[in-house]
Design a protein around this ligand. Structure first.
Ligand code: NI
Length: 163
């Protein structure tokens, strides 16, 4: 268990594409554990390996609802509905920055779990949003480049205290 250093805005690694994981060994499992620890420390809902400097196709998600918490290896969107929604979004690599991003309301994702078993997930709402955000990271895409013009905001913890 360890907290890893988060790569933040301006770090060129965030624009790189991550590589497929061929073998899920102990190093990948340890990386997933560290990613959960790092995400929990900063109260994130999701994290991609590239955000801790590792260009491998691994993401973790925790919606803090006592059931939606998992790591996905090599996740891919294999289907999406026609409907789209504007989701309010932030990212641990862009502290205090928020904005709306248009994403599919429903997606189907195929991946492997940490045992190497194939999994298929159908997701909507917040989980669909989180999956699309994290899979974007694996392709070197960041939410800030997709923010709907006029919806970008900077909100610091101090601002929240004033409310
Ligand atoms: Ni992010």
């Amino acid at each position: 268990m360890a907290i890893r250093i988060l790569r933040e805005e301006g770090d060129e690694i965030l624009k790189k594409s991550s590589r497929v994981i061929e073998v899920i060994d102990d190093r990948i499992k340890a990386l997933a554990e560290d990613m959960f620890d790092t995400m929990h420390k900063y109260d994130g809902l999701g994290l991609a390996a590239v955000q801790v400097g590792i260009l491998k196709r691994l993401i973790v998600i925790d919606l803090y609802d006592d059931k939606t918490k998992f790591a996905l290896v090599n996740p891919e969107i294999v289907w999406h509905g026609d409907e789209m929604e504007d989701f309010e979004e932030g990212c641990l690599s862009f502290p205090n920055q928020f904005g709306k991003v248009r994403r599919y309301s429903k997606v189907k994702v195929k991946a492997q779990d940490l045992n190497g078993d194939s999994v298929t997930l159908e997701a909507e709402g917040l989980l669909a949003q989180a999956l699309q955000h994290e899979i974007d990271h694996l392709n070197g895409e960041v939410f800030k480049d997709k923010i709907i013009p006029g919806t970008f905001e900077v909100v610091t913890p101090e601002d929240l205290n004033k409310k």
